[in-house]
Design a protein around this ligand. Structure first.
Ligand code: SF4
Length: 214
């Protein structure tokens, strides 16, 4: 981490606040349990599809006990449209068993406990911690990794190392929103195959664009 990366991170952070004022995750939820289930379902599935499925799912399953109170096959059918539904149903039921046995049926608010839950990785844990518990964390998904590299904020590829590298560039208070803005920037502007550089407010600060133009 150098002075140049810190300065660039501050500029990127400021610009993205202008272009993406709203930082809410695009998954629909009204409590911690729903956000946790939605993050499990979002693996290899679009947020739009997850929201379609959870509109009915969350009306039917309200507590951890509800997910283990039905046959595995019933839950599988209820989440079928999100893909990989057998594994996801297995993970959700196993997670609910742990919540009931160890956390009074509630979602725990610390990283260590969250990443022990089947189907919850560090990325999902950071989504839950940031949006439910107000614990600062940078969500690193494929978009964040790609955009961070293009913008010259880090050369790291491993998500945990990217998370640490980005965290070192900005104050903790910025982490959660910055990560979410990078996700949205990557999803809609700095796309994997064809980044929309002409529409990007970061163009003047982007080493990737400068390289492509040279
Ligand atoms: S200028 Fe292009 S490559 Fe750079 S961040 Fe913007 S969209 Fe991505």
């Amino acid at each position: 981490m150098g002075k140049r990366e810190i300065e660039r991170a501050e500029i990127v952070c400021g610009e993205l606040k202008q272009t993406i004022p709203e930082t809410r995750v695009e998954l629909d939820y009204s409590n911690a349990l729903e956000l946790m289930v939605a993050t499990v379902l979002s693996a290899q599935c679009t947020d739009v599809k997850v929201n379609e499925v959870t509109a009915d799912l969350f009306a039917k399953y309200r507590r951890a006990e509800d997910y283990v109170g039905v046959d595995a096959g019933e839950l599988e059918q209820d989440i079928r449209q999100t893909g990989f539904f057998r594994q996801k149903a297995k993970n959700i039921r196993a997670t609910m068993e742990i919540l009931i046995a160890e956390h009074g049926g509630e979602v725990p608010g610390d990283m260590e406990a969250l990443v022990r839950l089947p189907g919850i990785g560090r990325k999902s844990a950071n989504v839950i911690l940031g949006n439910i518990f107000g614990v600062p964390g940078i969500v690193v998904d494929t978009h964040v990794g790609r955009v961070s590299q293009r913008l010259g904020l880090t050369k790291e590829k491993d998500p945990v190392k990217v998370e640490k590298a980005l965290g070192a560039l900005l104050p903790e208070a910025e982490w959660t929103a910055f990560g979410q803005r990078l996700v949205l920037h990557g999803r809609y502007v700095c796309k994997a195959r064809k980044p929309l550089c002409d529409e990007c407010s970061l163009i003047a600060h982007c080493p990737h664009f400068a390289r492509e133009m040279s």
